[in-house]
Design a protein around this ligand. Structure first.
Ligand code: NAX
Length: 332
């Protein structure tokens, strides 16, 4: 196994990346490997990345390998093992004289970025490279990227770990246990307010959530909407979207893939559906996953879903289907 790992991060001058990048080289994610970093940004903010590189050099990270900044994604993709696609165009920005406000415009503008990035990853990224899409709309961006990559050895994921971590925190408080006692958490569907946090299959210690959480009023009126709307609550309170917790979630996802999943646990990310659990084949939807720690990630296939869960998941799947329709012209 190589003693180096090459990681490409887009949106590298953004607020999530500011928390994320230093922690990629602190030795906790990739162990003893040297981490080569390719930091990608749009030309207008490349100079900000020069400051980032200086800070990285000034931080004394023994695990940091080469660090390069570029606005050329295709060059950065060459032989990369991991792609953390954080970069995206936010809602509200004016592009070519038009304000990007509608979700359909947002889908198209960001989807467009993922055509070229997908092609470059498929052609130039390593066989079995791992791709984590963080930039929103994450699931549909991943759908577009995967479609254009045309490389089935690679694993495309969209991030639902932040939602999963949030859900664990809500459930731990309710059950009066530490967050470390909450395992086997899955976010089903889209990373959007339709996501479904699975309180029934989760484990609190050794007990199934379905046996622990009998207060269904709380589940329906506080837990599910609380997790679904947490991103907005953070924006309302902080005046900016989640950054530290989003960076931690991206690191948790990389760690979950790189290390063998503990028996009986799983982790949450959205991957391309093979039709299991009634999720339309080809959609990128949140599901329970396990890793063998050797680069192979598998779907956990034996979750039982109540009618309530199935109905909630279907709402999110319908949303993913409509997002796919909205970007149909980007999928040729
Ligand atoms: P910022 O606006 O701070 O940073 C985004 C960066 O991306 C900017 O520096 C921009 O120049 C860059 N960028 C835009 N187009 C690019 C391209 N084609 N190539 C390379 N870089 C490009 O946003 P930040 O707060 O860091 O959030 C980044 C994305 O994460 C947003 O789309 C956000 O909605 C999304 N999130 C996703 C989460 C998830 O759980 N999946 C949670 C957190 C976050 O909201």
């Amino acid at each position: 196994m190589s003693d180096r790992v090459k990681v490409v991060v887009t949106g590298a001058a953004g607020q999530i990346s500011y928390s994320l990048i230093p922690r990629l080289v602190d030795g906790t994610v990739f162990g003893n490997k040297k981490v080569d970093l390719e930091l990608v940004e749009i030309p207008a903010v490349l100079n900000k990345l020069e400051g980032m590189v200086m800070e990285m050099e000034d931080s004394f990270f023994p695990h940091m390998g080469d660090i390069n900044i570029t606005d050329n994604f295709a060059d950065a993709a060459e032989n990369a093992d991991w792609f953390l696609l954080v970069g995206s165009i936010p809602r509200g920005i004016v592009l070519n004289g038009k304000k990007i406000e509608e979700r359909s415009d947002l889908l198209k503008v960001n989807g467009g970025i993922f055509i070229d990035q997908g092609k470059a990853i498929g052609e130039k990224g390593k066989e079995k490279a791992k791709i984590l899409v963080v930039g929103n709309p994450a699931n549909t961006n991943a759908l577009i990227g995967h479609h254009h990559a045309r490389n089935e050895t690679q694993l495309w994921m969209a991030m639902t770990m932040l939602d999963s971590n949030r859900a664990k925190s809500f459930l731990a408080k309710k059950a009066s246990v530490g967050v470390d006692e909450v395992t086997k958490m899955t976010i089903w569907g889209n990373h959007s307010p339709t996501m479904y946090p699975d309180f029934e299959n989760v484990l609190i210690g050794n007990q199934r959530g379905a046996d622990v959480f009998s207060d269904l009023q709380w589940i329906e009126n506080e837990f599910i909407p609380g997790v679904q709307q947490r991103g907005k609550a953070v924006i309302d309170a902080r005046g900016a979207s989640s950054a530290t917790s989003a960076a931690k979630a991206a690191l948790d996802t990389v760690r979950a893939v790189e290390h063998k999943t503990i028996d009986g646990d799983c982790f949450s990310a959205a991957i391309v559906s093979d039709g299991s659990y009634g999720i339309d084949e080809g959609l990128v939807a949140g599901v329970p996953l396990i890793s063998d720690g050797q680069g192979q990630v598998n779907l956990v296939r034996d979750f039982s879903l109540s009618d309530f869960a199935k109905q909630r998941i279907q709402i999110s799947i319908e949303e993913l289907k409509s997002e796919k329709e909205a970007v149909a012209d980007l999928l040729d």
